[in-house]
Write a protein that binds this ligand. Structure first.
Ligand SMILES: [Cu+2]
Length: 312
């Protein structure tokens, strides 16, 4: 697979980059892609991760178990390859989680996108940590999520997982026939909510609460806002994220972005368990529009709130 930086306004190639090794990563052998969270300690440098793919347009097509990561703005960009646990996967979708890890889920181990063209669903969810470069299995579903499945972060920090319709016309569960590829998997109407590890067990009760964001309109690099919040525990590690879930179709997640907010003033204690932190959106180029601010305290996120980012 070739790779390049392309300027759609001028219709020109800005920079050719090295080929990404492995199988095809595009329709109908779609792989998933995410931009890893933009962190202050990395000077907000973008890094793109592309996982999975396949070989040809057929229910028996093998799938790719590799992911490539690249920093396109580096003077000498190169692909750093990592292997997904559990084998190859097409139509795998990536979601940035609020602890800075990436959730990969949905898709198939055999086959590709299209009607009746995937034969073995991939049911495991996996989490990749850019900080440690480790993979972990992170839950399993029994619902195949093939062609036309989607996943999206919700305001409460969990992930909505929906869809799968590898059929030209809807197939109800009673009409499934495993021997007929065109009827092997139903049109899926069940919706799941995936809870990341940061909200499991006792952590669900440790969320920061009553979050009050003073300003709702941000100009990157300029607007400073206070955030007040309640925390039952001493907030040893506070992070504030600017998040946009993007738009997803066909396992392709566009415009998903997660940016660490700059802490202008560190956390101060007021009273009655109430704390304050002052933040601003870093002075980087961002598409204007709606975003969500999430606050995490000791790695547990509170409920997100919509804000707006403007260029001036
Ligand atoms: Cu389609």
């Amino acid at each position: 697979m070739s790779s390049q930086i392309f300027n759609p306004d001028k219709n020109e190639i800005v920079k050719e980059m090295p080929d990404l090794p492995g199988m095809y990563r595009t329709y109908p052998n779609t792989g998933g892609s995410v931009m890893l969270p933009l962190l202050e300690k990395n000077n907000y440098e973008a890094e793109i991760m592309i996982c999975g793919g396949g070989d040809y347009d057929d229910p028996e097509s093998p799938t790719d178990d590799t992911c490539g990561k690249i920093r396109p703005l580096d003077p000498e960009p190169r692909w750093d390859i990592t292997k997904m646990p559990g084998g190859g996967r097409s139509m795998v979708e990536g979601i940035t989680l609020l602890d800075g890890t990436i959730l990969w889920l949905n898709g198939a181990r055999l086959g590709c996108e299209g009607f009746g063209t995937a034969s073995e669903p991939a049911l495991d969810a996996m989490v990749y940590s850019p900080a440690t470069k480790d993979w972990a299995l992170a839950g399993r579903t029994d619902i195949p999520r093939l062609y036309h499945a989607v996943a999206l972060m919700l305001l409460d920090g969990t992930i909505l997982v929906a869809g799968s319709n590898p059929n030209e016309m809807p197939i109800l569960p009673k009409d499934v026939d495993l021997k007929d590829p065109l009827r092997a998997f139903p049109t899926e109407f069940r919706v799941e909510e995936y809870t990341p590890s940061y909200l499991l067990g006792k952590r669900a009760h440790k969320r920061p609460r009553n979050i009050a964001i003073d300003k709702k309109v941000f100009i990157p690099g300029k607007t400073v806002s206070s955030i007040h919040f309640h925390s039952a525990d001493q907030p040893k590690d506070v992070k504030v994220w600017l998040y946009h879930g993007g738009f997803v179709t066909h396992a392709l997640h566009m415009g998903q972005i997660m940016v660490e907010m700059e802490q202008v003033k560190s956390v101060t204690y007021h009273k009655h368990g109430r704390y304050e932190v002052a933040i601003k959106v870093p002075g980087i180029k961002l598409a204007p529009g709606p975003y969500v601010i999430y606050l995490t305290v000791n790695s547990v996120p509170g409920h997100g709130q919509f804000v707006s980012v403007q260029n001036k």
